[in-house]
Each structure stands twice: as structure tokens, then as C-alpha cells.
Design a protein around this ligand. Structure first.
Ligand SMILES: Nc1nc2c(c(=O)[nH]1)N[C@H]1C(S)=C(S)[C@@H](COP(=O)(O)O)O[C@H]1N2
Ligand SMILES: [Mo]
Length: 428
């Protein structure tokens, strides 16, 4: 082995054992194979190991199936449904972020937020109406929509109530998904709403569009025409197959980067208007109460945010040594340009590696190598997006937004790793 590949020191780049992100670049793989350090937890193998034939090698395996399912050993990985008091069917279920890898959320684990349950829609009987300030009102069957040119884009959806427990006085208990799992990321395929509005002939004086859902809650929100013309999608497909009923089957509006509420599911009506309609869901709900008693309305983009998914509560560490700190970052204002990680409670920070592809308004996976000395440590991540926005600390956020805010929490998440390997949510 060439001298240069032997014992290359892992450069420490910030306090308490954070290592340079090159560990995850192609050269890093070479370093690992050169044995300059031992990231992996494998034990040395003896020749005997391969002689034992496991039971599944002694009989032919199972046959094919029409629609796949995951390994039974993975069935414990579940969304965590929590019903809201009051309206039947209202509530949410959160994505178990701590159990997933990469940037795409499997459709069956995409978070859900329903205000009156999931309507049982027959796609043959469902219609989309476009009317209001247009030259030609149009009505579409789902088949008619399918004949328009389609586009595919990878985007996150985040409920503006995500991470709300961060406003609590005491840090909440729970897994990463319990605290932050009202965000998911999918590949969405469908028809650009701008194309259909152009076909309908939009009145140049129109400034807003009302989007209405076909659930019993009749979720309705006003969207600026500018956003519609920019990147609004009528999504028909999610991760390659038709939308799940939970996520809006047979059609939903997708407004990339905007608070999840406005991506109206089970979409039935688009009305072009001069003014915002001032619906229930944008006046009594989804407004942000300020300290002076006035409320902000139409606070659409979700702010730059990140969270370490591993290690995180429930994923205990087993003894000092080399670990990968991994997490997700996203922003409603564009691409993530950097994620910084601290292992000493925020005294020093170092840049994580970002896993490709890094896409606008999509989740971005980050990774950092950490040599844990086995002592008490507080780890945290902070994301920066291409608009220059930096994820704030919890103190900065409360200072800026006040204590009456109930939505749009994007403060830095701190996890305390105790010397016994247990991980918990802490402030500061
Ligand atoms: N018609 C309708 N659309 C809806 C909702 C709803 O209850 N009804 N919930 C909204 C909220 S608050 C959010 S956060 C997102 C959640 O999308 P998902 O359930 O696909 O994750 O859908 C939005 N669209
Ligand atoms: Mo939401």
C-alpha cells in the first residue's frame, strides 16, 4: 500500500470530534478501504462463517406478487396518527423521519393532515372546474387532464404546524418524526396549472385564484396568480403511481415551498378572482398572531430548516467511536447551499457533506462524520439556503416572532447525547 494512503489522519474540523466532510466524498471511500480508520462496525471474519448455510438457502424462495410489500421485519416502521379533538376525521400522522434514508419519502409513509377525513372519491365521477375571471370556464374529467403534457418534480410538503412543540416552554419528548414529521418529499407528476389557465383565458385584472377541495371540510385557500404562473402543479402521480387517497387522490394542487395547507387535496374547483376570497382556512386559521395582537395573513413560504435524523431520540448510540451524523434540510425559497453541524452545543460548527441531487424546494440529505468520545454532547444542525437565509436558533426565532406564534417554527433542533448513548430533545 502506498505510504500516502496509510494512516491519513482524519482532520478534525470542529470541536468534540467532528471530522472533515471529505470522509463522504469519493476520496473518503478510498480512505476507508485503506484502513486508515474504522468507520464500520464489522468484526473480523473467519473462514468458518461462509460454511454455515442459513435456512432460506435450503428451499426455493417465495413467488411473485401483483403489488409489492415491504419485509415483515420492517413493519414496525409506521406513521404515528394523532386525531384532533372536535371534527371527525381531523388530525395528522407523521413521517418517521428517523427510520428513513435518502431524500424521498415512501408514499405509504408520507405524512397526512386531514381536516375532515379522507373522501372516498370515484375518479370517473370527479371533475375539476376552472371558472371566475376567465374567458371560457372549463370542466375536466380526470381522463381529459391525463392527456395534457406532464412534468415531474421533486418537492417537499411541510405543514406550517410542523415542529410546533418547539414553542413549548419545556422541550417535548418524542422521536424525530413525532416532533418534526409533518414534512415529506416526493416526486410529483402532473399538469402545470398555468397551461390550463391560459387555455381558459385569464382576465389580466385577476390577481388571485381560489382552490377548493372535495372533502367534507371543503378546504379552500387563495393563491396569488403569480405563484400559479410560476410553478403550480396539478399533481396526479406521486413517486410514479397515482396519488394515494391520503394525499389527495385523484388530484391535488401542489404549490412548491408554500405551507402545506395551501396544497389543496382532492381538488375540485379553481376560481380566478380579483381579490383573495378570505376563506375560513386563511382568516381564522393559518394566520400568525404577533406580539402586538395583530396577525400576519398569507405567510406562504416555509422557512429554511434542518434536523438531524440520526442520531435522534430512540436511536441510541452504542459506545464511543466513529458515527455518521445524518439529517435532512429544506427551504421553501430554493436550494439548500450548506448545512453546518455542531457537536459541542453550538460553540463550533463545520460543514456537512450534501448528498446529490440538491434540488430547489426539495429535501436535501446531509452527512457528517463524528468521532464520539463517549461523553455528554449536544449536537445540532443549521441550514442555509440560496436566498442567504440562515436557520435561526430557538432564542432568535422567539425573539423575532414572539411567543404567540403557532406556525412556521424553524428553530435549530438540539439533541443531547448522554454518555449512556441515549438521545433526547433539549433547548439551547
Ligand atoms: N382538501 C383538503 N386539502 C388539504 C387538507 C385538507 O384537510 N383538505 N389539509 C392541508 C394541510 S393542513 C396540509 S399540511 C397538507 C397535507 O398534505 P398531505 O396529507 O398529503 O401530507 O394538505 C393540505 N390540503
Ligand atoms: Mo397543515
Amino acid at each position: 500500500m502506498p505510504e500516502s494512503k496509510k494512516n491519513i489522519p482524519m482532520e478534525e474540523v470542529a470541536g468534540n470530534g467532528l471530522l472533515h466532510r471529505r470522509v463522504f466524498l469519493s476520496q473518503g471511500a478510498a480512505l476507508i478501504s485503506a484502513g486508515s480508520f474504522n468507520l464500520l462496525t464489522a468484526r473480523p471474519a473467519s473462514a468458518q462463517t461462509t460454511v454455515d448455510i442459513p435456512p432460506w438457502m435450503k428451499v426455493p424462495g417465495a413467488g411473485m406478487s401483483g403489488y409489492g410489500s415491504r419485509a415483515a421485519h420492517e413493519d414496525y416502521i409506521q406513521r404515528n396518527p394523532v386525531s384532533a379533538l372536535g371534527t371527525t376525521g381531523s388530525g395528522g400522522s407523521r413521517t418517521p423521519l428517523q427510520s428513513l434514508e435518502g431524500m424521498i419519502t415512501p408514499s405509504a409513509l408520507h405524512f397526512e393532515r386531514h381536516h375532515s377525513g379522507i373522501p372516498d372519491i370515484n375518479p370517473d365521477d370527479h371533475r375539476l372546474l376552472i371558472h371566475g375571471m376567465v374567458d371560457r370556464p372549463l370542466i375536466f374529467t380526470m381522463d381529459a387532464l391525463s392527456r395534457y403534457p406532464m412534468v415531474s418534480r421533486i418537492h417537499f410538503i411541510e405543514c406550517s404546524g410542523n415542529s410546533r412543540v418547539g414553542f413549548n416552554i419545556e422541550p417535548a419528548l418524542g422521536s424525530c418524526g413525532d416532533l418534526h414529521g409533518l414534512v415529506s418529499c416526493s416526486e410529483w407528476t402532473g399538469v402545470s396549472l398555468a397551461i390550463l389557465l391560459e387555455e381558459a383565458g385569464i382576465d389580466p385584472r385577476a390577481q388571485w385564484v381560489l382552490a377548493e377541495g372535495a372533502d367534507a371540510a371543503v378546504m379552500s385557500r387563495s393563491v396569488p396568480v403569480e405563484k400559479i404562473m410560476d410553478d403550480a402543479l396539478l399533481a396526479l402521480y406521486q413517486n410514479g403511481e397515482r396519488l394515494r387517497p391520503d394525499n389527495g387522490y385523484p388530484i391535488r394542487l401542489l404549490l412548491p415551498g408554500y405551507e402545506g395547507n395551501i396544497s389543496v387535496k382532492w381538488l375540485r374547483r379553481i376560481k380566478v378572482t380579483a381579490e383573495p376570497t378570505m376563506t375560513r382556512d386563511e382568516t381564522s386559521k393559518y394566520t400568525d398572531l404577533r406580539q402586538d395582537g395583530k396577525s400576519l395573513i398569507f405567510t406562504f413560504p416555509m422557512e429554511v430548516k434542518s434536523v438531524i435524523t440520526s442520531p435522534s431520540p430512540g436511536l441510541s448510540m452504542s459506545g464511543s467511536g466513529l458515527y455518521e451524523i445524518s439529517g435532512l434540510a429544506w427551504s421553501g425559497s430554493g436550494k439548500i447551499i450548506a448545512v453546518e453541524v455542531s457537536a459541542d452545543g453550538g460553540r463550533s460548527w463545520a460543514r456537512a457533506a450534501l448528498s446529490e441531487p440538491v434540488l430547489s424546494k426539495a429535501m436535501t440529505r446531509f452527512r457528517m462524520a463524528w468521532r464520539w468520545n463517549g461523553g455528554d454532547a449536544v449536537i445540532k444542525s443549521r441550514a442555509i439556503d440560496e436566498s442567504g437565509a440562515i436557520q435561526p436558533s430557538r432564542d432568535q426565532l422567539l425573539e423575532e416572532k414572539g411567543t404567540k406564534f403557532n406556525y412556521h417554527y424553524n428553530g435549530i433542533q438540539s439533541w443531547r447525547v448522554a454518555s449512556d448513548g441515549e438521545v433526547v430533545n433539549v433547548y439551547g
